[in-house]
Write a protein that binds this ligand. Structure first.
Ligand code: SAM
Ligand code: SF4
Length: 331
């Protein structure tokens, strides 16, 4: 089948799949304390998720990242991975990845490895119990740390994701980087993005990574690395720790020209750009017909409407640029 290429010549090789909007944490930048989650019948079933993934793999997607919400709270998630791993075995897919908050990783590390996962991203915003509990609104740091140990023991390559928050963890960023690099983990810092209604004020939490980089450069040597992932991260090597450090700065850096990724929500909406509302409903063509013809046509038509770039602006941080939560779209 013809590979997917958008009107700007960008090949679509990376799909993020949100398998649920539910979560066992309530991070302040991501959710409200009281979330109204989607009714279950709106969610794609595991079979439907598998079918959509296969449709994209057939059109040239080489990497699939499963995310959420929290993917490990979706019942049957490991079965889904086992099913999708057939594309790894036949060479159509290079990699399946998972992004998790780590809370349930102690139990799931081995099953993830057995299902064909080699690398995971674990979100960790603080190593301090009180700070972790304040940011995630849940006192579950011990479980996350035990989960990270279990992932390492299961042979999974771990990358730590940390959202930089001015008032909560900015002072801890150096410690977090040292902690991660000492364990052989890559680390990526993320700027807060204006997605979805939350209880907190985002402008007061925004912490510029340009400033973080400048601060780190005062005592560390940061060497730019050419590594690109087809996404918004730029990487450096911290010479003193020997570890890799990524910066995801959607508000201060335009990363769109090489963007190869699209995102599927757990209800079957395909978002063509993280920062734009442009989306397409894939659930209807999927449910309408057992044959993949209408689904493929809907995917093709969506990709042809892909916008050139995102529309995040720092001055608009106070109001969400996007109605949807990251937990629905998949971070
Ligand atoms: N629950 C999993 C987790 O936390 O890793 C997977 C989903 S979460 C939405 C994926 C990533 O998005 C996490 O690293 C999280 O910190 C990040 N994230 C969520 N909301 C964000 C926001 N408004 N701005 C920036 N990053 C955000
Ligand atoms: Fe849950 Fe991840 Fe959102 Fe935190 S960032 S509330 S762990 S989905």
């Amino acid at each position: 089948m013809k590979p997917l290429v958008d009107p700007f010549g960008r090949a679509i090789t990376y799909l993020r799949v949100s398998v649920t909007d539910r979560c066992d944490l309530r991070c302040i930048y991501c959710m409200k304390e009281r979330m109204r989650f989607l009714p279950r019948d709106e969610l794609l079933t595991l079979e439907e998720l598998d079918r959509i993934a296969a449709a994209f793999v057939a059109r040239g997607v080489r990497r699939l990242r499963f995310t959420g919400g929290e993917p490990l709270v979706r019942r049957g998630f490991i079965d889904l991975l086992h099913a999708v791993s057939r594309h790894l075995r036949n060479g159509a897919l290079d990699e399946m990845l998972v992004t998790t908050n780590g809370v349930q990783l102690q139990a799931f590390a081995e099953p993830l490895a057995r299902a064909g996962i080699k690398r995971i991203n674990v979100s960790l915003d603080s190593l301090d119990h009180a700070t972790f509990a304040r940011i995630s609104r849940r006192d579950r740091l011990n479980e996350v740390l035990a989960g990270i140990d279990a992932a390492k023991a299961a042979g999974l390559k771990v990358k730590i994701n940390t959202v930089a928050l001015k008032h909560d963890n900015a002072h801890e960023i150096t410690d977090l980087i040292q902690w991660a690099h000492a364990r052989g983990f890559d680390m990526t810092l993320i700027e807060t993005m204006p997605m979805g209604e939350i209880d907190a004020d985002r402008t007061s939490q925004f912490h510029s990574l340009a400033k973080v980089r400048e601060d780190l450069s005062a005592f560390w040597t940061l060497t730019d690395l050419p590594d690109r992932t087809g996404g918004p991260a730029r990487y450096v090597r911290v010479e003193e720790t020997g570890g890799r450090l990524g910066f995801i700065t959607p508000l201060t850096h335009n990363f769109c020209e090489g963007c190869s990724r699209v995102r599927l929500t757990c209800t079957g909406k395909l978002y063509l750009c993280l920062g734009q509302e442009a989306n397409a409903d894939l659930r209807t063509p999927l449910r309408e017909c057992a044959d993949d013809g209408p689904l493929q046509a809907a995917i093709e038509a969506a990709i042809m409407r892909r916008p050139k770039g995102h529309d995040f602006r720092i001055e608009r941080l106070a109001r969400p640029a996007s109605e949807r939560h990251m937990s629905v779209t998949g971070g």
